[in-house]
Design a protein around this ligand. Structure first.
Ligand code: F6P
Length: 554
């Protein structure tokens, strides 16, 4: 079995970790006001630009020495070797014995990435070519539904990585989408999700993409069956209609055929693509249908540019490495439990939700790869909303609460919809937030404004609240690819230092198993013998009673 970094010492025994622990005691109380006053060039110096992404990390609670030690920690943790191991197809997802090759999904045609003795890049491009051909036919109206009508509506049915990436990308790139087509996304097993998605649609014009890596996921399969019933009921149950209105995206051809979808209408991917790393695989079919093959190619190129930067840039000027290290600095040394991702771009409204799975399913782990309890806190809780909406909701806590909440601000120089002064106001707000968080407002400043003494404490902003500012020219498909890859690799950087498996997700299994046990207990005609704890037993009985009452009423 490939064990991670056998030559690397446990985290707390690494030299750089010990030095960071001592260093933290020296710098923990340093205020950003002081750091900026003492170094007038700080805001120019502590920036990095690569692949068209500009990062200002000067408003972080770090000194040059902190950065040096963090970079040393990455080196000592074997990050360089781990990056090579990932890119070259080693089975670094140890607990599932799989390679981790989302980077191969965006490798250019001529590249070579060998897994189990086979170059996988040609397969990737075969699927991309098939997707492009299919997308062109649907978008042009050449692909006809069962009654001969063109497809006007596309519904992606999937959950987790088979939903969050597609829905985020659709929203993010709506500006580039084919506007005479409707795109919807159904994920929840709650029937309301499906019912609302189809209520105003014509089955004859609706195409379903059943997106599931495994093609066994309860939510997706339940929704897929409801979709087939809904569709076929409009075509007198003729199962020939399935071929015109259903396509599948999966790694599991057998299950796809069992469901009744011809594998000619299936777009494959591979077990070396993790669900939350799959939006640029065939799972992105809905994205390609929305924005077209050329824009999809630009998206992949954006991913690839960031991959190359991550793979080749020295750590001290490597965007994903720096962001990963800064996040770890707050998480492990300052005890920050959360981080906020705050895009000042309405089209990125689902980006924080997407990042929740990417970051929290990847790094929400309590044991190291060799099965030992981790020595420090792992992945932070990620949350966020687009600016400026969040400012009128939870920013109060970020400015004046008792918790340290590091923020990533994301902003774009050019708007996609230029409307009067809106964009200047948007940018002014994001810059102001970062400034306010870092420098705050002292009691003296508040008093000087003539505020009554008793009110002064309420009006003080202590500042010293860290943030990154990510600036990109414009939200294009390529820019989105770069941003997603930036976070993917930042997650990998942190997971490598913690020595955890960032690519498995065993934590979702127990709930699935227990739900499968409870389903028949809720559905059985007779009172089932219940052998759960007293609370679960009682709740099951209550749910059965409520269901019986609603059946009687219906
Ligand atoms: O929630 C667990 C999970 O396995 C995710 O990792 C994955 O993205 C999601 O379920 C969906 O899985 P599938 O694509 O196999 O339906």
């Amino acid at each position: 079995m490939t064990k991670h970094n056998q030559n690397v010492a446990p985290l707390t025994e690494r030299e750089a970790w010990k030095r960071l622990t001592a260093h933290y005691q020296q710098v923990r109380d340093l205020h950003l006001r002081t750091l900026f006053k003492d170094d007038p060039q700080r805001g120019d110096r502590m920036t990095v630009e690569a692949a068209g992404v500009f990062l200002d990390f000067s408003k972080n609670r770090v000194t040059d020495e902190t950065l040096k030690l963090l970079v040393a920690l990455a080196e000592e943790s074997g990050l360089r070797q781990r990056i090579e191991a990932m890119f070259s197809g080693e089975k670094i997802n140890v607990t599932e014995q799989r390679a981790v090759l989302h980077t191969a999904l965006r490798a250019p045609k001529g590249a070579s990435v060998v897994v189990d003795g086979k170059n996988v890049v040609p397969q990737v491009h075969d699927v991309l070519d098939r997707m492009a051909d299919f997308a062109e036919r649907v978008r042009s109206g050449q692909w006809k539904g069962y009654t001969g009508k063109a497809i006007a509506n596309v519904i992606n049915i999937g959950i987790g990585g088979s939903d969050l990436g597609p829905v985020m990308a659709y929203e993010a790139l709506k500006h580039y989408s084919q506007r005479d087509m409707t795109f919807r996304f159904v994920s929840n097993v709650d029937g309301t999700d499906f019912a609302e998605a189809v209520r105003d649609l014509e089955p004859a014009e609706t195409l379903f993409i059943i997106a599931s890596k495994t093609f066994t996921t309860l939510e997706t399969m339940t929704n897929a069956h409801s979709a087939r019933d809904w569709s076929l009921s409009a075509f007198d149950g003729d199962t020939d209609a399935v071929a015109k209105h259903f396509v599948a995206v999966s790694t599991n051809a057998e299950k796809v055929s069992e469901f009744g979808i011809d594998t000619a209408n299936m777009f494959g991917f591979w077990d070396w693509v993790g669900g939350r790393y799959s939006m640029d695989s065939a799972i992105g079919l809905s994205t390609m249908l929305a924005i077209g093959p050329d824009s999809f190619e630009a998206l992949l190129d954006g991913f690839h540019q960031m991959d190359e930067h991550f793979r080749t840039a020295p750590f001290y000027c490597n965007l994903p490495v720096l962001m990963g290290l800064l996040s770890l600095w707050y998480n492990d040394f300052f005890g920050a439990e959360t981080m906020a991702v705050l895009p000042y771009e309405q089209y990125l409204k689902r980006f924080p939700a997407y990042l929740q799975q990417l970051c929290m399913e990847s790094n929400g782990k309590h044991v190291t790869i060799d099965g030992r309890q981790v020595a420090c806190a792992t992945g932070p809780i990620v949350f966020g909303e687009p600016g400026t909406n969040g400012q009128h909701s939870f920013y109060q806590m970020i400015h004046q609460g008792t918790r340290l909440i590091p923020c990533d601000f994301i902003a774009f120089g050019q708007p996609l919809n230029r409307l009067g002064r809106h964009h200047d106001m948007l940018l002014a707000n994001v810059l102001a937030q970062a400034e306010a968080l870092a420098f705050g407002k002292t009691a003296e400043q508040v008093k000087a404004e003539g505020v009554a003494d008793w009110l002064v404490p309420h009006r003080v902003f202590e500042g010293n609240r860290p943030s990154n500012m990510i600036l990109v020219e414009q939200l294009t498909p390529a820019a989105l690819g770069k941003l997603v890859a930036l976070y993917e690799h930042s997650v990998f950087t942190q997971g490598t230092i913690w020595n955890i498996d960032s690519f498995d997700q065993w934590g979702v299994e127990l709930g699935k198993q227990l739900a499968n046990r409870i389903i028949p207990e809720l559905e059985s005609e007779d009172q089932p013998a219940l052998a759960h704890d007293s609370s679960t037993n009682n709740l099951i009985r209550r749910c059965r009673t409520m269901k019986e009452a609603s059946c009687l009423l219906a």
